[in-house]
Design a binder for this molecule. Structure first.
Ligand code: ZN
Length: 320
């Protein structure tokens, strides 16, 4: 499988009242590097896109990315650019981007231009910013800038940053510095198209946890009543597990549970509620944990209960 390392530059109006809600960011440049499965460069793509919504380059963005209004006039149309781009991508590839925003904006722009969707359900891609943290940082949640990663890895800075092609070029270079193959197994899911049907839901197994992306629900109540959402099935032996700690809300958007598998031990469940266009969806992760980690979750639940109790008491006190 090949890697399409993609970076986009987009434009927005100088004044916020001029924002078109259907297209808050209009793509003005596409840059990409094609890598083979050994992560060697086998192709390059760069194209300026002629905007149709915001034809004046935003002053701040224009300075940052060194792209000016007069250059945009010589760009290709978005649909033509995309036709060339997907032809160039070929078959059998996975997208790689620095961060999570590029594929969202790409799909929003495609939708705006009435193009057929990239996918109708979530699809895997590699967030190289995340891979960098997994490979070189203590904390996988740390988010570094591309410049930071390039400095950190002593990658030669032979072309200026902040243009689509150069950022794709440096992102590909960072990928080249990641030697451990397992890092590339940490793919992310693009959820521009949240599943609408149960059969399009995502169930995926990583080396030490399982992830589930639900279909879209009307609201939180509907989601938290769904059997699949709240199920706690061992992702290794597929048995339904008894719960040691029932689902509890750590905050309005996050829920935790602990279940017990006789064979595999204590399993933590975490539910995150996410907003989608027409409602909400759920990302549930399940992971085996130690007794200490379980104790921490139990302490968290007890602390939340205690706070609630105190609040209730204070509430009745006020009424007197
Ligand atoms: Zn099990």
């Amino acid at each position: 499988m090949n890697y399409v390392v993609l970076d986009l530059e987009w434009n927005q109006p100088d004044k916020s009242e001029l924002v078109n809600p259907d297209l808050p960011f209009e793509i003005v440049e596409v840059g990409a590097i094609l890598l083979n499965e050994d992560r060697q460069v086998i192709g390059e793509f760069t194209q300026i896109v002629k905007p149709v919504v915001y034809s004046e380059m935003n002053r701040i963005t224009g300075k940052l990315i060194q792209l000016h209004t007069k250059e945009l006039k010589y760009g290709k149309s978005f649909t033509e650019t995309m036709k060339d781009f997907f032809e160039w991508c070929g078959e059998n590839y996975i997208f790689c981007t620095w961060g999570t925003q590029d594929l969202t904006e790409l799909q929003r722009n495609m939708k705006y231009h009435g193009m057929p969707p990239l996918a109708t359900r979530p699809f895997p891609y590699l967030d190289v910013q995340k891979l960098f943290s997994i490979a070189f940082e203590e904390e996988r949640k740390v988010r570094r800038s591309l410049e930071y990663a390039v400095d950190y890895l002593h990658i030669e800075q032979d072309i200026p940053f902040h243009r689509a092609f150069s950022d794709a070029y440096y992102t590909a270079k960072v990928m080249g510095e990641i030697k451990e193959v397992f890092v590339f197994e940490n793919y992310s899911y693009d959820v521009f198209h949240v599943p609408t049907r149960r059969e399009d839901e995502v169930n995926v197994l990583f080396h030490d946890y399982a992830k589930y992306i639900s279909r879209e629900f009307e609201d939180k109540t509907a989601a938290m009543q769904d059997r699949e959402v709240i199920s706690t099935r061992c992702y290794l032996c597929k048995k339904n597990l008894r719960k040691k700690i029932r689902w509890f809300a750590a905050n309005p958007k996050h829920f935790y549970s602990i279940s017990v598998c006789d064979k595999h031990g204590l399993m933590k469940g975490k539910i995150r509620l996410k907003k989608s266009e027409n409602g909400i969806y759920v990302v549930k992760t399940q992971k085996f944990i130690s007794q200490e980690e379980a104790d921490e979750i139990i302490a968290k639940r007890d602390h939340i209960r205690e706070l609630r109790r105190e609040k209730r008491k204070a509430g009745t006190g006020n009424k007197k």
